[in-house]
Design a binder for this molecule. Structure first.
Ligand SMILES: Nc1ncnc2c1ncn2[C@@H]1O[C@H](COP(=O)(O)OP(=O)(O)OP(=O)(O)O)[C@@H](O)[C@H]1O
Length: 522
């Protein structure tokens, strides 16, 4: 085993903060507990991350944290490996083939895979990653599962991105599905995967192509969150749609499509290739043992079991609708009017599909484009546009014929004048329902809604005096999108129900002591 020691720079920043299990556990994580993820840091994207190695308790995960979280101190990896230099044959022998079969030629060519090859897993190296790559201190990006670091090939010094995951079923699923699909030109490529163990903690180290344009959220924000032209959004959706079509054809749902998971190949718009990354929530249907068992043939399977796959995929379509909306307007379709990342009103508007196309940003947008968004944001997943429908739509297929100016505002190409003016406020439900006062509770006063006299009377007294709340700045979208997607993902993760006998819930204890609940029988 190689011996990894970490040497620290003595000159530390003043505001260094140690990352301890306590601080780590206070953030959001894709892991079921923060302690399960040694690379998790409770950090805000906008704040630099500092670590003080000396204050980090000497836990089994310390080395991994140091390796993967720190970008500010001079960390050096001293690898002493007394093994002789490997021959090519030995390298092959050490190649850990987790998979039952090798990558097929069609996969290498980026062709959709037939369903049975979905059992293919990934190939990985068990030798130390530091044999092949220099790990840099530079942080490329920060996500919920930790930092993405820069690393350089020892062969030709090419820069790559390194994502480190604690080995486990969830991270294996992420890596497997990403590996299976990463030959597509609009999906971030995996270069190498290593399975290394540090202090008995097994890790998956995924080396991915480095895309110097960064993620689309940061890029859009850095450009002042100014709406993109329909032409530009069409190009982005066309490319990402191509990746989604590839995934859906392989029966895989990404389930986390958002601006920060779209990575740009270059800083320039010209010739930029947009790629989908982060397969942390990607899912393909497991073999459905319930349906295969004699007691539950497909004849008797409930609709939610039969259509679950479809729901998962349609969740991607909803996300594409949100991405389109944001890029065309500079703000999200659903947001809390109280500046919160999420609110009950916002949740209701998402579930009932209530959002607006305010005049300022939307009047010059083509009616057909708004229709595409409407069909993507339908609340009924079975009625939502499929990826094949979207890719055939005029918005995608008619792109090359459009010559909109960059802001698109005075193009004269809007076809709204020829079609009936769309309602200013749109419901993505099946039919336009009568407005529900609770749903409208924190609706902007500028929105006009079809409502009955009774509802109108109820609403007018309490809503139209509110000051207009501006749509939130885009960085809060990440959180909103995460919450919205959490709501939409079906069959997501195992749900643990605590035993009432052992529950330490205070409310339960109080109710028991107040005799509101019958004592549990032993
Ligand atoms: N290949 C890459 N090239 C350039 N930047 C990248 C690359 N991969 C990731 N990033 C940057 O790192 C950020 C986090 O990456 P990623 O989404 O893979 O991590 P995560 O922890 O799974 O995030 P999430 O919060 O979405 O779950 C991205 O938003 C992007 O800014």
């Amino acid at each position: 085993m190689p011996n990894i020691s970490i040497m620290n720079n003595q000159e530390k920043e003043v505001n260094e903060k140690p990352i301890t299990p306590e601080t780590a556990s206070s953030g959001i994580s894709m892991y079921s507990s923060a302690s399960e993820n040694p690379f998790f840091a409770n950090v805000n994207r906008s704040t630099p991350i500092f670590m003080d190695y000396e204050n980090v308790p000497d836990t089994p995960t310390t080395i991994q944290r140091n390796l993967c979280l720190d970008a500010t101190s001079n960390m050096e990896l001293d690898i002493s490996d007394d093994e002789h230099e490997e021959t090519e044959a030995e390298k092959q022998a050490r190649l850990c083939v987790c998979a039952s079969r090798q990558v097929s030629e069609s996969q290498a060519a980026g062709q959709p895979q037939p369903k049975e090859t979905l059992t293919t897993t990934f190939t990985s190296y068990t030798r130390p990653i530091t044999d092949d790559y220099k790990i840099s201190h530079e942080i490329i990006g920060v996500g919920e599962s930790g930092k993405v670091m820069a690393c350089y090939s020892k062969t030709d010094n090419t820069k790559y991105a390194l994502k480190v995951l604690r080995d486990g079923p969830k991270s294996r699923r992420e890596v497997q599905l990403h590996f299976l699909t990463c030959k597509h030109e609009n999906i971030v490529s995996i270069i190498d995967i290593y399975e290394n163990t540090f202090d008995n903690v097994k890790c998956l180290l995924v080396v991915i192509e480095f895309l110097e344009g960064g993620d689309l959220l940061t890029r859009f924000e850095n450009q002042g969150s100014k709406p993109y032209s329909e032409e530009k959004v069409g190009e982005i959706i066309k490319q990402i749609g191509s990746a989604v079509r590839y995934l859906h054809d392989m029966n895989i749902a990404h389930r986390d499509i958002k601006l920060e998971n779209i990575i740009c190949s270059s800083a320039e718009d010209e010739g930029c290739v947009y790629k989908l990354g982060d397969f942390g929530f990607a899912k393909r249907p497991e073999r459905n043992h319930l349906m295969e068992s004699p007691c539950c043939t497909p004849f008797y399977a409930p609709p939610e079991v039969l259509s679950r796959e479809r729901y998962d995929k349609s969740c991607d379509m909803w996300s594409l609708g949100v991405v389109m909306y944001i890029l065309l307007s500079g703000y999200p379709p659903f947001y809390s009017l109280h500046g919160m990342p999420f609110s009950p009103g916002m949740q209701k508007r998402i579930t009932t599909g209530l959002y607006a196309f305010p005049h300022d940003e939307w009047d010059h947008i083509k009616a057909t484009t708004k229709d595409e968004i409407r069909h993507l944001l339908l609340t009924d997943p079975s009625k939502r546009t499929t990826i094949h429908g979207l890719m055939k739509s005029y918005f995608i297929s008619g792109r090359s014929t459009l010559t909109l100016p960059s802001n698109g505002s005075d193009s004269g190409l809007s076809d709204d004048s020829e079609s009936p003016q769309p309602p200013m406020f749109f419901t993505g439900g099946d039919e336009t329902p009568d407005a529900d006062p609770d749903t409208l509770e924190d609706m902007p006063p500028t929105m006009s809604v079809k409502m009955s006299k009774r509802t109108e009377a109820t609403m007018s007294a309490r809503m139209f005096n509110r000051p207009i709340v501006k749509a939130p700045r885009l960085h809060s979208i990440q959180e909103e999108m995460n919450r919205a997607l959490d709501m939409m993902r079906l069959g997501n993760d195992t749900c643990y129900i605590k035993s009432l006998k052992t529950s330490g819930n205070n409310l339960l204890a109080r109710r028991r002591s107040n005799k509101q609940l019958a004592p549990l029988k032993a």
